[in-house]
Design a protein around this ligand. Sequence first.
Ligand code: FMN
Length: 200
Amino acid sequence: MSVTFDLDGEHRTNAYQILSSLITPRPIAWVSTLNEDGSVNAAPFSFFNVFGSRPPMIVFAPGNKGPGELKDTARNIKRQKQFVVHMVDQPMLELMNHSAATLPYEIPELSAEHFTASDTIDVPRIAAAPVAMECSEHSCLEIGQNRLIIGLVHTVHVQDGIANPDDAKINQAQYAPIGRMASPNWYCETTSIFQLDRPD
Ligand SMILES: Cc1cc2nc3c(=O)[nH]c(=O)nc-3n(C[C@H](O)[C@H](O)[C@H](O)COP(=O)(O)O)c2cc1C
């Protein structure tokens, strides 16, 4: 027995709720961008993942604020073509949540003290985030009301203790990003991890 939802018909308007609650856990891209006045915008996006390594490529999807009105993150990337994607861990959770507030364009979500300069792009990064990836926009795909921002990753900063600088291996036991479960307020921790060997 199962429950069936027709997303092309009766349940079209429930598609967001159904898919975003079932396709979980998702990583959270905490994205910083430069506003027109030079202040820094930050917001989380869980329609996000890595899609390739040659070239290193991520995709995330900021929906619109309203018909034809871009979210501040998308507006800034459209203009400046640069952004930083941060991963979120438990110590960063409250700040990430705070940055999801819908504020007028000219009001930054986080104060300047949270940011430090990036190496390869003009957009500052969040200093205390466990991971910060300096990105440029490759392209932007608009499909219906969906906007997929495809980004190339140029530089990755990883907090001390997580990555081995010699072989670039990541110590999984030291890395616990928060996962996004159902909207509006469900999350998961990744502190309970295990290994499963692949078949030959
Ligand atoms: C954990 C989390 C994940 C989110 N994921 C998305 C997402 O994938 N796409 C989206 O459009 N909004 C998402 N939001 C909502 C945006 O963060 C929110 O609209 C924010 O105000 C956008 O900020 P901006 O206008 O500064 O870009 C998410 C919010 C939270 C808390």
